[in-house]
Structure formats: structure tokens, C-alpha cells
Design a protein around this ligand. Structure first.
Ligand code: FE2
Ligand code: FE2
Length: 270
């Protein structure tokens, strides 16, 4: 006979569980369409590759963009659904590896795990949002399953061997995500994608106005991608600087050296 107390859901589980948005701006106040439009998220920001690893990372991302562009062309909704299933993987992989390392070494992780998990959750919320607007085709679902099997394992091994380049790759992938969502906005503005009402899941998650539309959701998602871009490039720099404890400020002198190297690389390319 089962104790009836165990058949009741513990009260803590009855909370309205939503992951928190990754940007505090969405929590602190309700952003209007105008606020979202005028938000400076560094639209054209590009991290100049400095090291050999950076160059490899950029080349990998640019080459991955080609099949994605060929397959999806301007089907931005389908593209968003499929690519968000991939985007939610690196954060979880990084978090698992750092969690296990923290256990093995019996040391604090320096604050990475929480952030990486939060990033993975945020990407999954992007996916769940787009799923309310567009249903993937059978071929896309099969492709997502195959790509996940390959990508998870490859990225896991890659992160184990070179976390610095792994984060650089994610930084460059996020640069591409910002570009793709800007293309998505253009399709809406030119009337090729209908600007319907935002799904409730998006209104709840990003604390949007009740009248929010798909266009507002794209602006909110793009702002998240810009934050992932900046964070992953920062993480890569932290590893280069051997200052991985996020609870401490980066040494100013070392950061200056890094910025100088990036501007020399930029000058060399122009
Ligand atoms: Fe995303
Ligand atoms: Fe992202």
C-alpha cells in the first residue's frame, strides 16, 4: 500500500516554472515595440580573429552557414526552428563538462555552469517559441535528429580538447544568428512573412506587451543572440588570459594586450 502522502505533488513543484530570461532588461520592465527597436545590441559587432584557433573557428562557422543557406534559403521560420535545436546544445555540453570537472577537482567552477545552463535554457525557449508559430516538416525533424547525434558528440570532444576555440565557435555562430534574425525582420517588414500576434509563451517569457507581434519576438530573440555572442567571445578570451574565475575582474593589462592584437589583426585585414 503506497503512503498517500507520496501521491501528492510536493508544493514546491507547483510553482509556475519558467526559466528566467537571459537578459535582465526583460525582467526589470516591460519593453515596448519601440524600446525593442531602439535597443543598441551591437548589431554589426564582429570579433576579429587573432589566433590560429580564432581563424579556424571563423572558417568552421562560415562553412557551416553555406549548407544552412542552401537548405533553408529565406524560410526563416523553419530555419529558426531547426537551428535553435542546435544552438541549445553547446551551453549544455559546456555545463556538463565543467560540472564534472568541478566534482572531480572538488573546486568551485568559477561561475560558468549557471551561465551555460541558462544559455541552453534560453535557446530552448527560442525553439519552443518558434514551434508555436511554425511546424517543422518530417524531413526537417529527421535532419534535426541526425544533426543532434553528430553535433553533440563532436562538440563534446571538441570542448574537452579546446574549450577556448569551442567558445569562439559559439561566438561566431551567434554573430551569424544575429545576421539571420535581421534577415527574418526584413522578410516581415517587406510583407513576405506575416506579422501575426506573438504566441503567449513569448509574451510570458520576455515579459512583452499583450499586443506584441512576431516582429517583437524576433527583436527579443535577436537581443538574446547578441548577448550569447558577447558572452562566448568573452569566455574564449577568459580562457586565453588564464583568468577563468568569473567572480574576479579580468586583469586590465592583459585585456589591453588582447584588444591591441585584435586591432592589429583588423588593420592587417583591411
Ligand atoms: Fe537562439
Ligand atoms: Fe544564441
Amino acid at each position: 500500500m503506497v503512503n498517500p502522502d507520496f501521491l501528492k505533488i510536493p508544493e514546491e513543484l507547483l510553482n509556475d516554472v519558467h526559466p528566467l530570461p537571459i537578459r535582465n532588461d526583460f525582467v526589470s520592465r516591460q519593453l515596448s515595440s519601440d524600446d525593442l527597436e531602439k535597443w543598441d545590441i551591437g548589431l554589426t559587432k564582429h570579433r576579429q580573429p587573432v589566433t590560429f584557433g580564432d581563424k579556424v573557428a571563423l572558417a568552421v562557422v562560415k562553412s557551416l552557414r553555406i549548407p544552412a543557406d542552401l537548405f533553408f534559403r529565406k524560410k526563416y521560420l523553419h530555419r529558426a526552428v531547426a537551428l535553435e535545436t542546435v544552438a541549445a546544445v553547446p551551453g549544455m555540453v559546456g555545463a556538463v563538462i565543467r560540472h564534472l570537472r568541478s566534482l572531480r577537482k572538488m573546486k568551485h567552477d568559477g561561475g560558468w555552469i549557471t551561465h551555460l545552463l541558462h544559455e541552453a535554457e534560453n535557446e530552448r525557449m527560442h525553439l519552443l517559441t518558434w514551434m508555436k508559430v511554425c511546424q517543422p516538416t518530417l524531413l526537417e525533424r529527421m535532419l534535426v535528429t541526425a544533426v543532434q547525434g553528430v553535433f553533440f558528440n563532436c562538440f563534446f570532444l571538441f570542448y574537452l580538447s579546446t574549450p577556448r576555440t569551442a567558445h569562439r565557435i559559439v561566438g561566431y555562430l551567434e554573430e551569424e544568428a544575429v545576421i539571420s534574425y535581421t534577415g527574418f525582420l526584413k522578410e516581415i517588414d517587406e510583407g513576405r512573412i506575416e506579422n501575426k500576434a506573438a504566441p503567449q509563451i513569448a509574451i510570458d517569457y520576455w515579459n512583452l506587451q499583450k499586443s506584441a507581434t512576431i516582429r517583437d519576438v524576433v527583436l527579443a530573440v535577436r537581443a538574446d543572440e547578441a548577448l550569447h555572442r558577447d558572452t562566448n567571445h568573452h569566455f574564449s578570451d577568459r580562457i586565453s588570459l588564464k583568468q577563468e574565475d568569473l567572480r574576479t575582474e579580468v586583469s586590465h593589462t592583459k585585456l589591453l594586450h588582447m584588444q591591441e592584437a585584435a586591432s592589429i589583426a583588423r588593420a592587417g585585414n583591411s
